[in-house]
Ligand binder design. Structure first.
Ligand code: CDP
Ligand code: CDP
Length: 224
């Protein structure tokens, strides 16, 4: 039984989930839980350990034998794998490409979901991911399905790369994002899909602040 007030924000890559969830949590004084970072961390560690990413049991073992911690800071979430800070490493192209395969394994997901539920049940929290409203927290107080067109989402990632001074090809990004959407939506266990009782927010033409205000209004509506 949940004791915290939980806000679930699901949606495809680049919809604005993490930017928005972080700010919404900050405004509400809630914990922000970036569930994508957990799957990314395992993917990064598995690549480092040269584990075959389709080997479910080895991935499960890797997760059980190591510690994965998310620490909220004023700049976002810091991710530790044992004592190593891997926050930047989990955003690499290599991880982008392989994370959907790693996260498609049911036993991997069950372990991650257990951690996520423990955190969310103990505290008021905003969680973002793919299956929060449908699977992790089916009784979340507020559920948002945040989306935007593939073109707009690829453009956002493209701008991010250019701002970091990194090479970027808009067409390649569009293809990679569409591929990841497809893998995440078609996996058999807890796929990306809108919960029936989620509010859809299409951010294609919205600023980050407009999305934040829309979600805060939904929270307020629920609380009064
Ligand atoms: O930030 P971006 O939307 O690119 O991705 P993310 O939220 O960091 O999630 C990375 C990947 O982890 C997704 O493409 C999914 O394959 C997986 N994921 C998941 O399966 N379930 C979640 N609750 C969160 C992420
Ligand atoms: O977490 P997710 O992959 O859903 O998206 P994100 O990493 O929060 O957002 C992707 C990029 O789009 C970031 O650079 C945001 O600043 C930007 N963004 C935007 O320009 N307009 C929005 N309404 C939402 C996000």
């Amino acid at each position: 039984m949940s004791t915290g007030f939980n806000v679930a924000i699901d949606g495809p890559a680049g919809a604005g989930k993490s930017s928005v969830a972080k700010k919404v949590a900050e405004q509400l004084g809630f914990l922000y839980i970036d569930t994508g970072a957990m799957y990314r961390a395992l993917t990064y560690a598995a690549i480092q350990e040269k584990i075959a990413l389709d080997n479910e049991q080895q991935l499960v073992q890797l997760l059980k034998e190591n510690s994965l911690e998310l620490t909220p800071t004023e700049f976002g979430t810091t991710v530790y794998w044992n004592d190593s800070n891997i926050t930047a490493d989990i955003r690499s192209n290599d991880v982008n490409k392989h994370v959907s395969l790693v996260s498609s394994h049911k036993d991997v997901r069950l372990l991650m979901v257990e951690k996520q539920q423990q955190l969310a049940h103990a505290k008021n929290a905003v969680l973002d991911g793919r299956d929060i409203g449908t699977y992790v927290l089916p009784n979340a107080d507020v559920k948002v399905f945040l989306t935007a067109s593939v073109e707009e989402r690829a453009k956002r990632r493209h701008l991010e790369q250019l701002e970091k001074g990194q090479p970027s090809d808009l067409k390649v990004l569009e293809k990679d994002i569409a591929k990841r959407d497809e893998l995440d939506s078609t996996r058999s266990f807890a796929p990306l899909k809108q919960a029936e009782d989620a509010q859809i927010v299409d951010s294609t033409q919205m600023t980050i602040d407009e999305v934040i205000q829309t979600i805060l209004a939904l929270v307020k509506e629920h609380s009064v």
